[in-house]
Design a protein around this ligand. Structure first.
Ligand SMILES: [Zn+2]
Length: 595
């Protein structure tokens, strides 16, 4: 189960850098109100940041930043400590960085009010709610005159700030800390490891590494269920065909050795790093449309995954959470990609897919999960593929047979217009069917658009997944319908309209009406059946003494009548055809003079 509001969900993202640059990760939490955050924290301290340094924590295999604060006031902590050391996930050690998106950042000399959680794993303190739990005091540390909280999510345009202009108000807020959660037993000064450890990775001796200290994998592999890799429509603009050949190759590379079955999915819009959908798919987005990656950095792309602790499975002795969404975003500057061969680009995709299926960075080449790209790619048209490190990793995370059938290429363009649109009516049930277009991208769905006049859409659009639509209970009438095909790249042009008649249909207008009076009181009138509409079952002769008048209405079975005894006068005559009780339009009117 994945629930957006639960804090057991997080993101781990790492980036492939151009040359020996840090890995990047990101995590996010929901924004909450000040009061909610204060009440849900275990403690609060106000004071000055006097030291900050990052170190590997060997027990967790990851990097933390240790922030030392000289305390002026505290709430919820035993003994009013004079100093605390807050242990923050993420940081930079040597040539490795673990950057947690939305994490509170500290500067030595800053005066702060921080709300604190107690880390269950080792009882050390950390800032509650990432950066949401940190206020910067603009007055002096012991007499706050104002404080500002700044919260930035992945969407950099979203900034939430509140100002507290009185120390009393700020203290009242801080006093809410510890009201629900106790800090009893907390380690007030997190022990700072002695020395930074060497190497690119926190797991010495491991040939491959996992995406984070909480391992995760696609459990779909256990049932041979495919995991679809969707691509942003159009693909990478700097590679022929959007680089979809390279993506398909990368997908096949990871699908070959184990039980994980990645398959090319559909083309659709950009996804970036949103966790707004729980679709159990992997998405590839091009050109950093969400502006996550600095153009000035050497980061080519970011890959990672959201995962959930709601479905934990132990495989080969390691307990893994379930990956619920994977994502890859490539950066936009053309200069980053210029000169890259398809082999280099394919290497990037293989590397980022590796992150999105649960792998972290490897410590040495030739592993494709090494954090910087190998210059050997310039001499290759395709990826170097998986090295021994990744093959060992696949055997550990995804044991079992691999080599799924080659997946179909994703649609790169909108579908063509459907063909063969037909309708049939039985009683009040209308059946409409059509054929998929033979041109354009594959359709993932259709829309039937209907109206009460040719080209009209006043009845609406009905989404259809197949190529047949059955609509029961349609009221009598004449309808006009057309079909468009859709996929992630867009919609086709509509088909021509099909006219659909439900219930008795009217005949057309009778033709070639003639009316003569060969002798006094005698008339002879004849006409031809309509050339359009339903077949008539009878007619009505309509006549009067002025144009358009309907003084006389005489039912007629056939297409003419003749007789005598007609009073003298001038008659304006027209004929209406009937289908049962349904009349059609009248014929043209003629004038008959009877003497
Ligand atoms: Zn990477």
């Amino acid at each position: 189960m994945w629930e957006r509001a639960r804090l057991n969900l997080f993101t781990a993202l790492t980036a492939l850098a151009l040359a020996g640059l840090p890995a990047v990760g990101a995590a996010s939490l929901r924004a909450v109100s000040d009061d909610t955050l204060a009440r849900s924290s275990a403690a609060a301290v106000q004071g000055r940041v006097v030291a900050s340094s990052a170190h590997w924590d060997d027990a967790a295999g990851t990097i933390y930043t240790y922030v030392t604060i000289d305390v002026v006031k505290s709430w919820g902590l035993a003994g009013q400590p004079a100093r605390v050391v807050v242990k923050q996930l993420g940081g930079i050690v040597g040539d490795t960085a673990f950057v947690v998106g939305g994490q509170a950042q500290f500067t030595v000399g800053e005066d702060v009010l921080v709300f604190l959680d107690v880390r269950p794993r080792d009882n050390t303190l950390s800032v509650a709610g990432l950066e949401q739990g940190k206020w910067v005091l603009t007055g002096s540390a012991d007499a706050a005159t104002s404080a500002t909280r700044e919260v930035r999510g992945h969407d950099q345009a979203t900034v939430v700030a509140r100002d507290y202009t009185s120390a009393t108000a700020l203290d009242a807020l801080a006093a809410l800390a510890g009201s629900r959660v106790s800090a009893v037993g907390a380690v007030l000064q997190a022990p700072v490891p002695d020395a930074a450890r060497a190497g690119l990775d926190g797991r010495a001796g491991a040939a491959y590494t996992l995406l984070s200290s909480t391992p995760a994998r696609w459990h779909e592999a256990d049932t041979s269920t495919p995991v679809y890799v969707d691509t942003q429509s159009g693909g990478h603009p700097q590679y022929s065909g959007g680089g979809l050949t390279q993506l398909a190759n990368a997908v096949a590379i990871w699908s070959a050795p184990g039980s994980l079955r990645l398959q090319n999915g559909v083309a659709r819009g950009p996804r970036c790093f949103t966790n707004a959908e729980n679709d159990h798919r992997l998405s590839v987005t091009y050109g950093d449309p969400c502006n996550e990656i600095s153009d000035a950095s050497s980061t080519l792309a970011i890959g990672g995954a959201y995962y959930s602790g709601g479905d934990q499975r132990t495989v080969n002795g390691v307990t893994y959470w379930k990956i619920v969404k994977g994502m890859i975003v490539t950066d936009n500057p053309t200069t980053k990609w210029s000169g890259f061969t398809t082999g280099c680009y394919e290497d990037v995709l293989v590397h980022e897919l590796g992150h999105a299926i649960g792998f972290g960075h490897a410590a040495a080449r030739p592993a494709i999960m090494y954090p910087s790209i190998s210059s050997t790619c310039y001499g290759r048209a395709v990826s170097s593929g998986l090295a021994a490190d990744e093959l060992a990793g696949m055997a550990a995370l995804y044991p079992g047979a691999g080599a799924p059938p080659p997946p179909p290429p994703p649609p790169a363009s909108a579908p063509g217009t459907p063909t063969g649109l037909l309708s049939s009516v039985v009683g009040s049930t209308v059946t409409i069917r059509w054929n998929a277009a033979s041109s354009g991208g594959a359709a993932t769905g259709y829309q039937l658009i209907a109206g009460t006049a040719p080209g009209a859409s006043n009845i609406g659009a009905i989404p259809v997944t197949g190529t047949t639509l059955v609509v029961p209970g349609v009221p009598n009438g004449i309808y006009y319908a057309r079909v468009v095909a859709t996929n992630g790249s867009g919609a086709s042009a509509p088909t021509a309209d099909v006219a659909i008649t439900v219930g008795p249909a009217p005949p057309g207008a009778p033709r070639s009406l003639t009316a003569v009076s060969p002798s006094p009181g005698v008339v002879s009138i004849s006409w031809l059946a309509p050339s359009s509409g339903a077949a008539p079952t009878s007619y009505v002769l309509v006549a009067g003494h002025t144009p358009g008048a309907s003084t006389y209405q005489i039912p007629v079975a056939g297409t003419g009548l003749a007789g005598g005894g007609v009073p003298a006068g001038i008659y304006y005559v027209r004929i209406v055809a009937l289908n049962g009780a349904t009349p059609g339009p009248a014929s043209a009117e003629v004038v008959l003079t009877v003497r």
